[in-house]
Design a protein around this ligand. Structure first.
Ligand code: OAD
Length: 238
């Protein structure tokens, strides 16, 4: 079966997970070198842990800020930006918190799990967005701890982000899922909406996933190479 080309579709959603950032150097969560193999999420990535030990949770998040801050987008991110700019409607729905898409130049990014670079104060409602690493001032002006504005285990997803994702995915003609293990819900089930609407579905992942059977096309390789194979007819930055 020939590889679907981005240039042939008007409404495209790129649905991305940690594997999209792997070639940028950001560790994935599962599989070889996965973060949750080294770090227990119950100690570092849930509200209970933060309530019990905010310093410990911040140490982990500052470590991740350092790691991610040293990473740069790759050629696959450029392909997505080119599609955004050269197709009538191409957007990104991501589970990633690293902002690698935005760094590459993507403007239509829906973050399902928040961002490592955003903070919120649960006490006074203040929010902040910045790239300092490590974050030196861990307290809001009101005196409470800043909380990373990330969806941790057990948290509800941001409702506006979910609604926006549902709308985009429901209207797309082509959905390209890239680098997600498709095991974390509710995000994992969103591509089903595109399938139900008859969209063309492409899965880019070196490994099969529990959702693979839903996709008509499987590109088994790294995100950058596979996206380049879908980019005939698009102009890419040099
Ligand atoms: P995972 O770490 O679960 O899965 C990463 C996927 O990327 C795997 O299926 C790999 O086979 C694939 N992969 C690895 N290298 C790749 C490459 N170069 N190109 C393409 N694919 C590659 O990451 P997610 O599915 O994003 O949630 O995880 C979902 C959520 O679980 C995350 O958003 C995070 C995590 O716990 C929260 O923090 C709430």
């Amino acid at each position: 079966m020939s590889i679907p080309q981005l240039a042939d579709f008007d409404r495209i959603v790129f649905f991305t997970g940690a594997g999209m950032s792997a070639e940028s150097g950001v560790p994935t969560y599962r599989g070889h070198g996965g973060i949750w193999k080294q770090y227990d999420y119950e100690r570092y990535a849930c509200q209970t842990a933060f309530d019990r030990d905010p310093e410990g949770v911040w140490e982990f998040h500052n470590y991740r800020r350092g790691l991610v801050g040293a990473c740069r987008p790759h050629r696959g991110h450029d392909v997505i930006v080119a599609a955004e700019q050269q197709r009538p409607r191409a957007t990104v729905v991501t589970q990633n918190i690293d902002e690698m898409h935005q760094l590459a130049g993507s403007t239509g990014v829906t973050e399902l799990h928040g961002s490592l670079w955003k903070l919120r104060c649960e006490a006074c409602g203040a929010t902040r967005h910045g790239y300092d690493s490590p974050l030196a001032e861990l307290h809001c002006g009101c005196g409470a701890w800043w909380r990373p504005a990330i969806t941790w285990f057990g948290d509800m997803l941001n409702e506006a982000a979910v609604q926006s994702a549902i709308q985009q995915i429901g209207q797309c003609e082509l959905l390209v899922a890239i680098g997600t293990s498709a095991v974390v819900y509710p995000a994992a089930q969103l591509p089903r909406i595109a399938a139900a609407n008859g969209a063309v579905l492409v899965e880019i992942n070196p490994e099969p996933t529990p959702m693979s059977s839903m996709y008509q096309h499987h590109l088994r390789g790294p995100a950058s190479e596979m996206l380049l194979q879908m980019a005939e007819g698009l102009e890419l930055p040099t």
